[in-house]
Ligand binder design. Structure first.
Ligand SMILES: C[S@@+](CC[C@H](N)C(=O)[O-])C[C@H]1O[C@@H](n2cnc3c(N)ncnc32)[C@H](O)[C@@H]1O
Length: 454
C-alpha cells in the first residue's frame, strides 16, 4: 500500500492536471449522434467533430492530421472539412469502411444519379448466402434476414464502386435497427419482443402502445415484423438529405488505411509517395477496460462479409491492440516502473479474471510501441493529443492518463498539459470501498493528454 501511495504521489507531482468540464461533451459521441452524417451510424465509443476542430484551431495546425485508432472517422472527417490533409489507421474493417464512406466527396451529380438506384436496390431477387455466424437466426427473424440478404444481392450487382460502397454502407447502418439485438455495455444484447430494449413499465405512457404492438404482431416466432425495405429507404433518403447539407468545397479526401497502429510508420509512408510528416495526431485509443470492438460489431462484420469464419474472427481479435481478454495475451513482456508497482498492488482475489494483469501489461506495451512510432512520424513542434479514461481493477486505480504522459516523456515528447474532461466515478458501493482504502478517487476520470515534439 505504501509503495502504491508513493507511486500515485510521484506521478501526480510530475504532471499537473487541470479540470475543464466544458470538454465533457466533446470527448463523447452523445452530443453529435443526431448531427448530419454522424447520425447514420451510432459509434458510441467515438468523440466529437468539435473536439478535433477546436484542437486544430487552438494549436494553430496547418499541416497533416492523423488518427492511428480511427474508429468511425471523426478525426479525418473534421480535418477534411477544414481543408487539411489527414490520415487514419483502423484495424477493424467495419469502422474502417464506415470512415472511408463518410469522408468521400459527394458532388450533386453523384447524389442525383445515386437516387435513381433505389428501386434496383429494393427489387426482388435471390438472397445471398447467409453467414455462418452461430447466433444469426436468433439475431434476426426469418423474414428480416431474407430481406436483408436480398438487398445485399442487389447491391453486389452495382458496378460503380463509389455508388456500391454508399449503398452497402446504408445497408450496414440499418442492421442493428432491424435485428433483435442492441449494443450495450461490452457486447450485444437481445431486445425484448416487439423491438423494445426493455418492456415499458405498466404505468408508463408507452405501455398502451406496446400492448397494441403485441396484439398486432403477425410473426410466427413472436418478434415484431420489421419492414427492412422501408427501413433501408428511410436511411437512404436521410443519407441523401445529409449529403446535400455538407459543403464539400474545401474537403480534402483523407487516406483511410486498414492496418495496425503498432506499424503506423510503415503504413503512413507506404500510403503516399510524398508523405509530409504529421503536425497533429489526435486520437482515442481503446481504453484498458476489456471492451472488445469485434464483439460489439459482430453482426455487421459477419453479415457484411468482412469476416467469413470463426478462425478469421479469432485472428482479427488477436491482432488488435491488447485492451480486452480476447486479444493475444501470450508472451507479454513489458517493464515499466510505475506500472509494475500498480500491478503488484492489485488484489488478485478481486479480479473476475486473472488474465487482467497480462491485459494491462499488454495495453501499456502496445501504447508505448504506438507512441514510439508516433515520435518518428511527427514533425518538429508537432502535437500528439490523446483522449483516454482511467480504469480500476482489484482495488487499484490505473491512472492511464499519467502513465501515458510518463511513457511519452520517456520517448522524448514534452507534456504540455493534461486536462480532466469529466469524472468517471464508479458505483457508490465501489466508491465507499475506495474511500475506506484511502484511494484517491479523483483519479477516476476521462482526460485529454497533450504532448509536443520540441
Ligand atoms: C475509441 S475507438 C476510436 C473512436 C474514434 N475516435 C471515433 O471518434 O470514432 C478505438 C478504435 O481503435 C481500433 N483499434 C484497436 N486496436 C487497433 C490497432 N492495433 N490498430 C488500429 N486500430 C485499432 C478499434 O477497432 C476502435 O475502432
Amino acid at each position: 500500500m505504501h509503495s502504491l501511495r508513493n507511486c500515485y504521489k510521484n506521478l501526480k507531482s510530475k504532471y499537473l492536471v487541470k479540470k475543464d468540464y466544458s470538454l465533457s461533451h466533446q470527448v463523447n459521441f452523445q452530443k453529435h449522434k443526431d448531427l448530419p452524417i454522424h447520425r447514420w451510424l451510432k459509434y458510441r465509443e467515438g468523440y466529437s467533430v468539435k473536439l478535433v476542430q477546436n484542437t486544430i484551431n487552438e494549436l494553430g495546425i496547418k499541416g497533416a492530421v492523423f488518427d492511428p485508432f480511427l474508429g468511425s472517422g471523426t478525426t479525418t472527417y473534421a480535418s477534411a472539412l477544414l481543408g487539411l490533409k489527414s490520415y487514419g489507421i483502423e484495424i477493424n474493417p467495419f469502422p474502417a469502411f464506415v470512415s472511408e464512406v463518410k469522408t468521400r466527396k459527394y458532388e450533386n451529380y453523384f447524389i442525383n444519379n445515386f437516387e435513381k438506384l433505389l428501386p434496383k436496390i429494393l427489387r426482388n431477387n435471390q438472397p445471398v448466402k447467409k453467414p455462418e455466424l452461430r447466433i444469426i437466426d436468433k439475431a434476426f427473424n426469418k423474414n428480416v434476414l431474407k430481406s436483408l440478404l436480398v438487398i445485399k444481392a442487389n447491391i453486389d450487382k452495382i458496378k460503380k464502386p463509389k455508388e456500391k460502397k454508399l449503398a452497402f454502407f446504408i445497408w450496414l447502418s440499418i442492421i442493428e435497427e432491424v435485428s433483435n439485438t442492441f449494443k450495450e455495455g461490452n457486447g450485444i444484447k437481445y431486445k425484448g419482443k416487439f423491438g423494445h430494449k426493455r418492456p415499458p413499465r405498466k404505468d408508463s405512457s408507452s405501455y398502451k402502445e406496446y400492448q397494441k404492438k403485441l396484439k398486432k404482431c403477425q410473426d410466427n416466432d413472436g418478434w415484431e415484423s420489421k419492414d427492412v425495405n422501408k427501413t433501408y429507404q428511410r436511411r437512404f433518403y436521410q443519407v441523401l438529405e445529409d449529403l446535400h447539407s455538407v459543403d464539400y468545397s474545401s474537403l480534402v479526401e483523407p487516406e483511410v488505411i486498414i492496418g495496425n497502429a503498432k506499424n503506423l510508420k510503415k503504413h503512413l509512408i507506404d500510403s503516399s509517395q510524398d508523405f509530409p510528416g504529421i503536425s497533429l495526431t489526435i486520437f482515442s485509443p481503446p481504453y484498458a477496460n476489456c471492451f472488445d470492438y469485434y464483439e460489439i460489431f459482430k453482426l455487421e462484420l459477419w453479415l457484411g462479409g468482412f469476416i467469413n469464419s470463426y478462425d478469421d474472427f479469432k485472428k482479427h481479435r488477436r491482432e488488435s491492440m491488447v485492451s480486452n481478454l480476447n486479444a493475444n495475451l501470450n508472451d507479454i513482456f513489458y517493464e515499466n516502473g510505475s506500472l509494475n508497482i500498480l500491478l503488484d498492488n492489485i488484489n488478485i482475489k478481486k479480479l473476475w479474471d486473472k488474465r487482467i494483469i497480462d491485459m494491462l501489461k499488454g495495453y501499456f506495451r502496445d501504447m508505448s510501441t504506438t507512441l514510439n512510432e508516433l515520435w518518428q512520424v511527427t514533425n518538429n513542434m508537432g502535437y500528439v493529443v490523446i483522449v483516454v479514461a482511467n480504469s480500476s481493477y482489484g482495488d487499484v486505480i490505473i491512472p492511464t492518463d499519467l502513465l501515458l504522459a510518463e511513457i511519452g516523456e520517456n520517448i522524448g515528447f514534452k507534456v504540455i498539459k493534461i486536462v480532466e474532461a469529466r469524472s468517471t466515478n464508479s458505483s457508490s458501493q465501489q466508491m465507499k470501498r475506495y474511500k475506506a482504502l484511502n484511494l484517491d478517487t479523483s483519479l477516476l476520470r476521462e482526460s485529454v493528454v497533450y504532448l509536443q515534439k520540441l
